[in-house]
Write a protein that binds this ligand. Structure first.
Ligand SMILES: C=CC1=C(C)c2cc3[nH]c(cc4nc(cc5[nH]c(cc1n2)c(C)c5CCC(=O)O)C(CCC(=O)O)=C4C)c(C)c3C=C
Ligand code: FE2
Ligand code: FE2
Length: 342
């Protein structure tokens, strides 16, 4: 009888905040062709010849501001999700990171050491992107074929449009929204526009109105559409007027054109438009991390205040909230069931 298990996969963090460790992590991350999608030579030229000369020092300083006694928030929060999930499911649960440790290989090994032969792998990203879901699946398949060829892996799909997830996110936001806010900003991690065109199998998305249209075959792989969809469904649940809501994209890197509008520029501009009390949420991340705790909560707050804003209220990610753990359980159990059907 096959034994089943769950592998929760997140992005990963450097092993410490030392510049050398951050450099090693950024090298693995940015040399991934799904993240910087240039041919090897040009990617190496950009990453190793330019970015890694300056970025690690800056990133290490940023990581130092969010690091705790438990280490990287992204890792220890993923650990907490695992521990809580393990209490309510009757199959082994492990974690694996796309970059650095504990790796996907480490997670799969831990599961196989417990006799697991069928793994439900959960990329912890609500929306599909080449630089997230796709690279996780590709890496996991590479690891499986090389080290665990006898193991079957069933992948959980992006869940941006699942009602259980939308309900959960909406409830979480509702609880944390301050009483008086002039606007609620949804800030999603950005991607270069080129990534969206590249992964559109229909070649119809023009990164414009088609992303917000109700039905279009390109939506399955359109990160931009999926961000809009989450926002739209959540504000419906919260009964918020559209005029009070904004969608922006954060964390751009390099000189490419990334999806707009940019979070930082928007934050700088809000005060002048009379938005003095701002609530902001980051639904591309299920766990708080450098990009939310530093880029938004610290830098973003400064940008908002610099532009004349007064009260900046960051709404944390779902992290290890019980209602979110229930959603993780349901999504995993659906995929576990599929093993019985084949
Ligand atoms: C070309 C570069 C990048 C793309 C494309 C990209 C997409 C992308 N990333 C996340 C989630 C996270 N990114 C995080 C950090 C981070 N991201 C990039 C670059 C790209 N991301 C860099 C260089 C870094 C490192 C930090 C820095 O120097 O700014 C993190 C946080 C990790 C942590 O340890 O806390 C997350 C999470 C998504 C969801 C995404 C595409 C949708
Ligand atoms: Fe990123
Ligand atoms: Fe689109």
């Amino acid at each position: 009888m096959a034994k089943k298990g769950i592998l929760l996969v997140n992005l990963g963090s450097p092993r410490s905040t030392k510049v050398a460790d951050v450099k090693e992590y950024l090298d693995e991350f940015l040399m991934d062709e799904k993240v910087i999608d240039f041919r090897w030579f040009f990617r190496a030229l950009l990453v190793r010849g330019i970015i890694l000369n300056t970025r690690p020092k800056k990133s290490a300083a940023a990581y130092q501001t969010v690091w705790t006694d438990e280490g990287s928030p992204l890792i220890f929060i993923t650990e907490r999700i695992k521990k809580k999930l393990q209490k309510i499911v009757d199959v082994p649960v492990e974690i694996g990171m796309r970059y650095a440790e504990p790796s996907i290989e480490t997670g799969m090994r831990k599961l196989t050491e417990q006799g697991v032969t069928e793994i439900v792998l959960f990329p912890l990203y609500p929306q599909y992107a080449m630089s997230t879901t796709e690279t996780v699946v590709e890496k996991a398949e590479e690891v499986r074929k090389k080290h665990f060829p006898e193991v079957k892996v069933n992948y959980i799909q992006p869940f941006y449009n699942r009602e259980i997830y939308i309900d959960c996110l909406a409830e979480s936001i509702r609880e944390k929204l301050p009483e008086n806010f002039d606007a609620l900003q949804f800030s999603y991690h950005g991607v270069p526009e080129r990534h969206i065109y590249k992964t559109d199998p229909t070649k119809t998305c023009n990164l414009n109105d088609c992303c917000s249209r109700e039905s279009n075959p390109s939506h399955q792989f359109c990160y931009r559409h999926q961000c809009f969809k989450v926002t739209e469904e959540v504000i419906k649940k919260l009964n918020l007027p559209k005029e009070k809501v904004m969608v922006t994209f954060q964390s751009r890197l390099g000189n490419d054109k990334w999806m707009e509008p940019y979070t930082d520029e928007t934050l700088e501009s809000l005060g002048k438009k009379g938005i003095k009390n701002l609530a902001i949420v980051c639904p591309a991340f299920v766990s708080d991390c450098l990009e939310t705790l530093e880029e938004i909560s610290v830098e973003g707050k400064e940008q908002f205040e610099h532009g004349g804003g007064e009260n900046f209220h960051y709404i944390p990610c779902l992290n290890d909230e019980d209602r979110w753990i229930e959603v993780v359980k349901t999504l995993c159990e659906e995929k576990l069931e599929e093993f019985y059907l084949v």
